[in-house]
Design a protein around this ligand. Structure first.
Ligand SMILES: *[C@@H]1O[C@H](CO)[C@@H](O)[C@H](O)[C@H]1NC(C)=O
Ligand SMILES: *[C@@H]1O[C@H](CO)[C@@H](O)[C@H](O)[C@H]1NC(C)=O
Ligand SMILES: *[C@@H]1O[C@H](CO)[C@@H](O)[C@H](O)[C@H]1NC(C)=O
Length: 213
């Protein structure tokens, strides 16, 4: 893990020497897979998702196969704009409605992100063997630590990394298609409707990312 970390910090450092004026771009609607890696590089979750970038709605639902032995089994419907997350248990037809104090979203660059630089994954000189990405620092004053996001030139988010003194979490965006394939996945299930919002314990910050910590 320390090697990965050092590499990333180094990349950010070299990248930052080329920083200039950039505006955060807005990602498209997407259907794909999000993987979530933890500190020991264990796979915390690997799940198909559906994302509506206009309304900032995300459905993230692990499937039953679990071929990578992910440690978490989750079904989350997130409304980043409204600051609401539904944690769904479809077997049980039960649901918990929570409010988001942190709105960090692995699929959107926030307006207050700070451009950090451009770099190339792979080779910059061999055609087809390199991917140019922009790196953004994502302010997370409500969570401890630092977040960085890498985004393709066409504004597809590649990864979001969150680091603290003793933890690391990396979201990677895989097998992306630029459409919402099944809008029904973004609708609140009937058994979740009309629920009261569960209170966040005093002094804690809850967010999508918190589900993986
Ligand atoms: C994204 O998908 C939503 C819901 O399916 C739709 O309302 C919206 O217009 C789409 N946005 C874009 C930019 O295509
Ligand atoms: C998942 O766990 C099973 C049982 O422990 C093991 O046989 C398999 O190799 C693991 N798969 C991966 C991808 O780690
Ligand atoms: C059913 O839902 C409750 C929460 O409402 C949960 O505590 C319980 O573990 C669930 N049971 C099963 C079998 O998933």
């Amino acid at each position: 893990m320390s090697v990965t970390l050092l590499l990333f910090v180094f990349m950010c450092w070299t990248a930052s020497t080329h920083a200039d004026h950039h505006q955060p771009c807005r990602s498209s609607n997407m259907t794909g897979v999000l993987s979530v890696l933890g500190l020991q590089n264990e796979i915390k979750a690997l799940a198909p998702y559906t994302y509506d970038s206009t309304n900032k709605k995300l459905r993230f639902r692990t499937d039953a196969s679990n071929q990578w032995n992910a440690t978490l089994d989750l079904d989350l419907l997130v409304f980043f704009e409204e600051g609401i997350l539904y944690k769904i248990d479809s077997k049980n037809q039960s649901c918990v409605k929570k409010s988001l104090q942190s709105r960090v979203n692995p699929l959107a660059i926030p307006a207050n992100a700070v451009f950090h630089g451009t770099m190339v994954f792979g080779s910059a000189s061999i055609e087809g063997e390199g991917i140019k990405i922009n790196i953004w620092a994502i302010p997370t004053p409500d969570l401890k630590g630092n977040s960085y996001m890498s985004v393709s030139m066409g504004c597809i988010p590649f990864s979001l990394m969150h680091l603290t003194d003793n933890s690391m979490i990396i979201f990677s965006n895989i097998n992306v298609e630029l459409e919402v394939k099944d809008p029904d996945l973004l609708a609140v299930p009937s058994f979740c409707q009309g629920l009261p919002v569960e209170e966040t314990p005093e002094g804690t910050v809850y967010g999508f990312m918190t589900e993986f910590q």
